[in-house]
Design a protein around this ligand. Structure first.
Ligand code: CP
Ligand code: NVA
Length: 312
């Protein structure tokens, strides 16, 4: 079995790995000089087949601040896009680079790439998962609630509302299942997580004691400490936009919904947001402190992830 530390899915990490990634991310945040040479003479490739602002820039800055070299690969001009296989591309790029962050559509393609790669591959988002995002989101929740331990984190109820079947919701499901947290997905039935995704999380929950609930009932928002939402139409699903909007409108995070929730709850959004769809402008404005902190913390978590994958 290969000992390369790929991060393709949140399930590639154990509870202990996640503790360590969180701990290191907070160290990077506290001390700008922490481990600043860890990527010295290492090169990180960034292969993004979908747009990105936060993930690509935070990885570039993280790699640079850790004394390494980031290279953005223009996917439209790689032979991969035109006449070369994933297998050959992965084998060749492994000769030059030390790690690659990949953002693409089909999750199977990143798995295939990793299979033929002899360097660690990091998932910068696929249709199924966004593991780096949810790692930094857990960091943000800990910071906002001034929590130091996962045991205390388990006292909070994290509620995701909206498209429960998308990459963010599914990676959140994974991380809460591994860590043993409380998590509620509020979503119309056609946008609940697929049964295999849910079953996988339940398998982990039985040992971690995670408390996972999936419901269509928006009143379940009442005991949320954290309300998390994301776009209704993820990248790659644009032709479903109209149908999605129709079904998801009752699940919008707006002032009426928030009247049902505790006054002390926080609102999170991984961004980019479509204001007027999953969240209204006034709610974005009211919770911009927590939402922008999520973006900020991606830098520290990406450093932690880079340190984890490049360290032997
Ligand atoms: N949250 C997030 O991944 O943002 P980008 O699409 O800008 O990378
Ligand atoms: N679910 C969104 C996340 C963007 C960071 C998408 O995939 O478009």
């Amino acid at each position: 079995m290969s000992n390369i530390k790929h991060l393709l899915s949140i399930y590639d990490l154990s509870k202990q790995n996640i503790y360590e990634l969180l701990y290191q991310a907070f160290e990077f945040k506290k001390n700008k000089e922490h481990n600043h040479n860890i990527c010295y003479r290492k090169t990180l490739g960034l292969m993004f087949d979908k747009p990105s602002t936060r993930t690509i820039v935070s990885f570039i800055v993280a790699m640079t601040q850790l004394s390494g070299n980031p290279i953005v690969l223009d996917v439209n001009n790689l032979q991969l896009k035109h006449r070369e296989s994933i297998q050959d591309t992965a084998m060749v790029l492994s000769q030059y680079l030390d790690s690659i962050v990949i953002r693409t559509f089909d999750h199977h393609n990143i798995e295939k790439f990793a299979k033929f790669s002899s360097i660690p591959i990091i998932n910068g988002l696929t249709n199924s998962e966004h593991p780096c995002q949810v790692l930094s989101d857990i960091m943000t929740i800990m910071e906002l609630y001034n929590i130091n331990t996962v045991k205390d984190l388990a006292k909070l109820n994290i509620v995701y509302i909206g498209d429960g079947s998308n990459n963010i919701s599914c990676s959140l499901l994974g991380i809460v299942a591994i860590l043993g947290l409380h998590y509620t997905i509020i979503s119309p039935s056609m946008y609940c997580p697929k049964i295999d995704v849910l079953n996988k999380s339940l398998l982990y929950s039985s040992s971690s004691k995670a408390n996972i609930k999936v419901t269509t009932n928006i009143d379940e928002i009442h005991n949320a400490d954290v309300i998390y939402t994301d776009v209704w139409t993820s990248m790659g699903y644009e032709n479903e936009r109209y149908t999605r909007k129709q079904s998801l409108m009752p699940y919008q995070v707006n002032s009426i919904l928030l009247q049902k929730a505790s006054k002390n709850c926080i609102v999170l959004h991984c961004l980019p947001a479509v204001k007027g769809e999953e969240i209204t402008s006034d709610i974005m404005e009211r919770y911009k402190y927590s939402i922008i902190k999520q973006s900020e913390n991606k830098l520290y978590m990406q450093k932690s992830i880079l340190a984890y994958v490049v360290s032997k």
